[in-house]
Design a protein around this ligand. Structure first.
Ligand code: SF4
Length: 394
């Protein structure tokens, strides 16, 4: 029997990517399933292309423009050291890819969340989190997501389109500038926003490379997250930058994970574990599992035992994150005491586990929530058959 959720996921995993060339706005208000050309915006341009655009300018001028864009994250209109004609050329040829729709700051000022409009009207989110010792930005890799995880506002709203390398890179540039404005240094980038990075592998990897090369953020400060797209894990195992890998696991038995994380129907846990083991053997890097603790869904003693049995052979570190409330999903995050109990169980079972703070609950900082809230609606059901929340099991 055909599984409609799996079929929808596979369609987005397998379809060839559309081209990234084409004038800005050429895509217009395209239907959700359109494969029209993606917009080409400011940070899609490479250094060589910029030199070609400014071929009549001396090298130091190109350096000034490049530094303005990448080192300072400033707009051409702010470059008082650059002639007006050059500023106008750059502004005209390299339009910004992100227009702020809303910006929310948490009550304590430590979390900033943007909802951006893309050149074709699609929307994505970026979250900046300040810590005492660092600032981390969580970027989106797709507008929407086809993975249909049932606890996720983005998954509930469906897939719009791939992001370009420039659109991913610009999220980091914007966050870095904001960090600098409050005296903080953006040191970490995690690909845990909207979308599944490995379903947009080539553009995501090019963005990783440019964050590393052009923005100077070290590979060990970059983390790619996947919900279990095994071909992406296998490709990452052969990549030439030692970035971190986080697998969003959430359940460690196929019966329940098939419902909560439908990609599991295509890459079941045994297949995922095999890819993770090969990745560790090839890279000698530590793997981490993300586990969003959901009240009554994946926070029992049995779930802790299943997770420990799965994580132990891979020597994976476990990050526990109480689920942010998601409109349209009828369950809540595990209570603070439940989180502590779950972490203790894992520790007793020999697993290294860290409880992560839930950031920005007051500003809808969970993936896809800001977009849903901004439009004053519950997130739409997935484009394929909706999945009911898993049965509460204790
Ligand atoms: S949790 Fe991640 S992979 Fe799953 S639907 Fe949401 S954005 Fe997509």
């Amino acid at each position: 029997m055909t599984d409609p959720i799996r079929a929808e996921i596979e369609r987005h995993l397998d379809e060839p990517d559309p081209p990234t060339t084409g004038p800005i706005g050429a895509t217009g208000a395209t239907p959700r399933t359109s494969r029209a050309a993606l917009p080409r915006t400011r940070y899609d341009w490479t250094r060589a292309e910029l030199e070609e655009l400014l071929t009549d300018q001396p090298r130091y001028r190109v350096d000034q423009v490049w530094q303005g864009l990448h080192d300072h994250g400033t707009d051409p209109s702010e470059w008082s050291n650059v002639p007006k004609a050059v500023r106008e050329t750059v502004a005209g040829a390299l339009p910004s890819g992100l227009t702020p729709v809303t910006e929310s700051v948490s009550d304590d000022g430590e979390t900033v969340k943007w909802l951006w409009a893309l050149a074709d009207g699609r929307e994505v989110e970026t979250v900046l989190m300040h810590y005492p010792d660092r600032s981390t930005v969580c970027v989106s890799s797709q507008a929407g997501c086809a993975m249909a995880c049932t606890f996720c506002a983005t998954g509930q709203a469906g897939f719009d389109r791939q992001l370009t390398t420039g659109e991913i890179l610009e999220q980091v540039v914007r966050a870095r500038r904001r960090s600098a404005e409050v005296g903080k240094r953006l040191s970490n980038v995690v690909f845990m926003g909207m979308g599944e990075p490995f379903a947009n592998y080539d553009r995501t990897w090019e963005a990783v490379r440019r964050i590393h090369d052009d923005l100077g953020i070290g590979a060990r400060h970059l983390t790619l997250s996947t919900v279990g797209v095994v071909p992406g894990i296998r490709r990452l195992a052969t990549a030439d930058l030692p970035v971190n890998l986080a697998v969003s696991l959430h359940l460690a038995n196929d019966r329940e994970r098939d419902e909560l994380v439908p990609i599991n129907r295509r890459y079941p846990l045994a297949v995922l574990a095999s890819a993770c083991a090969d990745y560790i053997e090839a890279t000698h890097r530590r793997l981490s599992f993300e586990w969003a603790l959901i009240d009554g869904v994946n926070d029992s003693e049995r779930h802790a035992a299943e997770l420990a049995a799965y994580a132990h052979p891979l020597r994976a570190h476990v990050n526990l994150i109480p689920l942010n409330p998601t409109p349209g999903y009828a369950v809540r995050g595990t209570s603070p005491q439940g989180v502590r109990d779950f972490a203790e169980r894992l520790t007793d079972l020999g697993i290294n586990a860290t409880v992560r703070r839930t950031r920005g609950t007051d500003i809808d900082a969970a993936c896809g929530q800001l977009r849903a809230t901004h439009h004053g609606r519950e997130p739409a059901a997935p484009s394929a058959t909706p999945i009911a929340p898993p049965t509460r099991r204790r």
